[in-house]
Design a binder for this molecule. Structure first.
Ligand SMILES: *Cc1c(COP(=O)(O)O)cnc(C)c1O
Length: 385
């Protein structure tokens, strides 16, 4: 949404900060996902709920026909309540509690993505107690990323996620020997905010190596889940507001060696919801420092922690001013020196009361919010033209 297109008049009576969701953009994004994944038979998309678990957003995504990828019992329950059918819900995570596993079994979710032998044993015994058989995929740590890109951080050998690929065969034999788990496939997830398709090609090559090794040992492969991670353009939210789903799905279609009828599952989170969210805030104070000026907002790391946590960049616009740009450190009110949205940003001259838009916060914004400093949780505005 261009700066001039935000319905600023409707903001005047609202308590700031709040999350503004462009539901038309979310709808267009979901149509693009459906269109591009739909070109390849067997491609199935599960939205990664942790990116944004707002019930209204979940409902729209469930209605579009995507499945859900969850990493906690709370997310499994939220996805189910929002209307995702249990058969479309997959559940990953290195530390699933007994209670969370029981919830998944009770609802009859589609898949437990299992991350360790110890977890397998627990799932087998809880499924036995429940008199059922748990569908499981093995999450494989593909050990890639070291030579590709620094932002790929979940797929390295020293990482806590998944089963190291060299131990896969022994774990798979263990699964096949268990009575209360059913082996369904392999799961991978290499990281987040990936913009270079070469990183996904590297994943495909490793998946092909692993599946052909299993086949040589006469072991089953099942279906494939290649995780999420597709990145978005944080610099240019107005011009590149929908992620490159075409290139993404084509990359996997071209580079994965698939058997006839084999399904491929995807778990995009950020790329589905990040662009549709904007954090709307008011300027509280302009403070002249010794060497720089600060724009102090009424939003802080409690509403958007990504800049404080990862030095993430979000574009910031002043919706109330068209005056010449000046340089600002844009900061929040929280008592932490890392409560900074950006330093030395060039923004149209700011005044107390101006509406500021912090862009591309639809993913890992509201879902990572907190009540630190006893701040109230921010509200929402779901905008449809
Ligand atoms: C976080 C996560 C995702 C989603 O990642 P995005 O970068 O938001 O697309 C998908 N799968 C798993 C297992 C995850 O942990």
């Amino acid at each position: 949404m261009l700066k001039g297109a935000f319905p600023v008049d409707s903001f005047r009576g609202m308590k700031t900060p709040f999350y503004f969701y462009d539901m038309d953009l979310l709808q267009r994004t979901l149509e693009e996902v459906r269109l591009q994944a739909g070109r390849f038979p067997g491609f199935q998309v599960h939205y990664a709920v942790k990116a944004n678990s707002n019930p209204e957003i979940l409902k729209v995504i469930a209605e579009s026909g995507l499945g859900a990828d969850c990493v906690s019992g709370g997310e499994v329950a939220a996805a189910f309540e929002a209307g995702f059918p249990a058969e479309s819900i997959v559940f990953a995570g290195v530390g699933k509690s007994d209670e969370e596993i029981r919830l998944g079994l009770r609802l009859g979710i589609s898949r437990f993505n299992v991350e360790s032998e110890a977890e397998l044993e627990v799932i087998d015994s809880l499924a036995a107690q429940a008199g059922t058989v748990a569908p499981v995929s093995i999450r494989v740590n593909p050990d890639i990323g070291a030579h590709t890109h620094a932002n790929i951080t979940t797929g390295l050998a020293e990482n806590k996620f998944g089963i190291y690929h060299e131990e896969l065969e022994s774990v798979l034999r263990m699964v096949l020997g268990m009575k209360h788990v059913r082996f369904c496939g392999l799961h991978f997830h290499i990281g987040s905010q990936i913009l270079d398709m070469a990183d996904f090609v590297a994943l495909c090559n490793r998946v092909n190596e692993i599946t052909s090794r299993l086949k040589r040992s006469a072991l089953p492969v099942g279906d494939l889940n290649v995780g999420g991670g597709l990145g978005i353009n944080y610099q240019h939210p107005n011009h590149l507001s929908i992620a490159d789903f075409k290139g993404y799905f084509e990359t996997f279609a071209r580079h994965l060696d698939l058997d006839p009828g084999q399904t491929v599952h995807f778990e995009p989170g950020r790329s589905v919801v990040a662009p549709c969210g904007t954090l709307i805030s008011r300027v509280l104070y302009i403070k002249e420092g010794v060497t720089r000026q600060f724009a102090i907002l009424d939003a802080g790391m409690t509403e958007l922690i990504r800049p404080a946590l990862y030095h993430a960049y979000h574009r910031i616009e002043n919706l109330s001013s068209d005056e010449a740009e000046e340089l600002y450190d844009v900061v929040g009110p929280i008592c932490e020196s890392s409560d900074v949205f950006g330093k030395g940003l060039s923004i149209d001259k700011c005044h107390r009361g101006d509406f500021m838009a912090i862009r591309s916060v639809g993913a890992y914004g509201e879902s990572m919010s907190s009540r630190y400093n006893l701040r109230p949780l921010a509200g929402t505005l779901f905008y449809r033209k």
